[in-house]
Design a protein around this ligand. Structure first.
Ligand code: N01
Length: 510
């Protein structure tokens, strides 16, 4: 009989880790802890505090189905409100005392002899360890900042800041600033900086497609209705969800159907920029949808401001005082804002999770790329379930929907393994391979493969392994129940105490 300190250890207190904690406690599982290096719940919505940080999925869809929020103040929520919402939900469901904040998990390794995971973490400068039968990885793909490998970047003597590690104490007003990157983070921070800085150079490597953002504050009457009219919020949510699924179909099966999105974006450029040369410079050269479609009303007008210069010549190197482009032009600045995204398919976290044969996720994925079964389980890593793992990302809809789908799978995994006394679960290699081959077949004609762009959706093999192709309700169906047949299982000699088993999914709504 093996022992362990806790039944389940959750790593990460963002939307996915918190969702796991809530669903486990609702299902009567109390023997779990949740680790996070931060000070409260929120994950990426706690860490990304740059000015203008906001969600580009409408508020009513970007929330848990089991904790709808009638108090959203705007049609698209901004970071402080989402961060507050996540913490309110944690309190509402009484799971805050399960969290060990300020705990940086440095290593997690499966101990075959003991039949559990050993998790090492640092808290208050002290190294500590805990063992758990199951690990739930709610680490999130957008947590490890990607610092660009640009010659001389370490020599820069001014202020350097990554968007996801924003220094809120620093005064940016009146400064000369360079921003590297024109992705989702940059298009939000640049318009805010443009209001206060003396001058700003925006270094664009690839122009993104950007459509208008129909954001507005909700009227008092609307908020009253969200609260008091039964079903209204769910109906709005369902409408937004269904509209997004059409975009999914276009991206996956018929990229030409996305032409109207391109027209919207071209209109956005035309309205926002007067100079024909600048219009040309910001017009993308790849198929719309291949990279994330961005939403902004103030990005183009900001680039058109007199104190802003769009630089497209390509960065050659960074010097102690500024940036030199490939044409030899040097532009000195006080501040370097690095808006260059995250390590998604090459996260350093992958080095720290070690499976049954002593190999880390990074080592296992080095060969054939980032792969899991249903974005959740990886062969050779028993009793480890990833939330928002490989092939679960979206370019068009709410990740919270995908997370809730995986929470169904998690709860059914826990119920079935407990009911049968199963102590070790490892997805079959051939099942995982077949699943991923199927995904790659679905992706063949998608815009992400045919659209002519480089994106963080691809891993080092060139395959799209960060995205879920197709409709999200297919993923919901695939994760509705835990398919034990896909797994090699080991049962304890003494079956564990029976837990309730049900054919009903834990959550089922949009
Ligand atoms: O990062 P990105 P992000 N030299 O990887 C450029 C989510 N998010 O932080 O396109 C010069 O998209 C790079 O250029 P290129 C959302 O899922 C959501 O902006 O590779 N430039 C690109 O322009 C999003 O997709 C919200 O040629 C370099 C930029 O840096 C994800 O987070 C808000 C470079 C990186 O763009 C990441 O967004 C914010 C180099 N060496 C973020 N390296 C919502 O609204 C990179 N770049 C929900």
């Amino acid at each position: 009989m093996t022992t362990h300190d806790v039944e389940i250890a959750i790593i990460g207190a963002g939307f996915s880790g918190l969702g796991a904690a809530i669903k486990l406690s609702q299902d009567g599982i109390d023997d779990f802890v949740l680790f996070d290096r931060g000070a409260d719940f929120g994950g990426t919505w706690r860490d990304n505090v740059y000015p203008g940080a906001a969600c580009d999925v409408p508020s009513h869809l970007y929330s848990y189905s089991f904790a709808l929020n009638p108090d959203w103040s705007r049609s698209y929520s901004h970071q402080p409100e989402i961060h507050r919402y996540i913490n309110d939900v944690a309190d509402q469901y009484g799971v805050r005392d399960k969290a060990r904040f300020g705990s940086d998990v440095t290593h997690a390794e499966w101990d075959e002899a003991a039949g559990h995971w050993r998790i090492d973490y640092v808290r208050d400068g002290q190294k500590q360890s805990i063992t758990a039968r199951t690990v739930v990885g709610g680490i999130g793909p957008l947590c490890e900042p990607n610092l660009p490998d640009i010659d001389g970047i370490d020599s820069f003597q001014g202020k350097i800041v990554h968007t996801s590690r924003w220094d809120t104490d620093f005064d940016y007003s009146g400064k000369n600033v360079a921003v590297i990157g024109t992705g989702a983070s940059a298009i939000q921070v640049v318009p805010q900086l443009g209001k206060v800085v003396n001058h700003m150079d925006v270094y664009q490597r690839t122009a993104p497609w950007i459509i208008p953002r129909n954001e507005r504050p909700y009227l008092g009457a609307e908020k009253w209705a969200f609260k008091h009219v039964p079903g209204l919020q769910s109906a709005i949510r369902g409408t937004i969800y269904s509209g997004s699924e059409f975009v999914a179909a276009g991206m996956t099966y018929a990229p030409k159907a996305l032409k109207p999105v391109e027209f919207l974006s071209r209109g956005n450029i035309f309205r926002g920029i007067r100079d024909p040369e600048l219009r040309k410079a910001v017009t993308p050269k790849f198929a719309v949808g291949c990279k994330r479609i961005l939403k902004s009303n103030d990005w183009y007008p900001t680039l058109d401001q007199d104190n802003v210069e769009l630089v497209t010549d390509g960065i050659d190197r960074i010097t102690p005082t500024g940036v030199v482009t490939k044409d030899g032009t040097a532009r000195d600045v006080d501040v370097l804002v690095v808006a260059t995204g995250f390590h998604v398919t090459d996260s350093p976290v992958f080095d720290t999770i070690v499976g049954a044969n002593g190999q880390s996720l990074a080592q296992v994925w080095a060969q054939d790329g980032m792969q899991a079964y249903k974005g959740s389980f990886v062969h050779g890593f028993p009793n480890l379930m990833l939330l928002i793992g490989p092939s679960t990302g979206l370019g068009h809809s709410s990740m919270v929907y995908m997370i809730e789908s995986q929470l169904n799978y998690l709860i059914d995994y826990v119920r079935k393994t407990h009911a049968r006394g199963i102590v070790r679960t490892d997805v079959k290699h051939d099942v995982q391979d077949a699943y991923n081959s199927g995904l790659q077949r679905t992706l063949r004609n998608s815009v992400w493969v045919t659209g002519g762009c480089a994106s963080w959706y691809k891993d080092h093999t060139g395959k799209i392994t960060a995205l879920w192709p197709g409709f999200t309700f297919s993923f919901r169906n695939a994760t509705r129940s835990f398919d034990l047949d896909a797994y090699e299982t080991v049962t304890a000699e003494q079956p564990a105490a029976p837990a309730k088993e049900s054919s009903e999914p834990a959550i089922a709504t949009v």
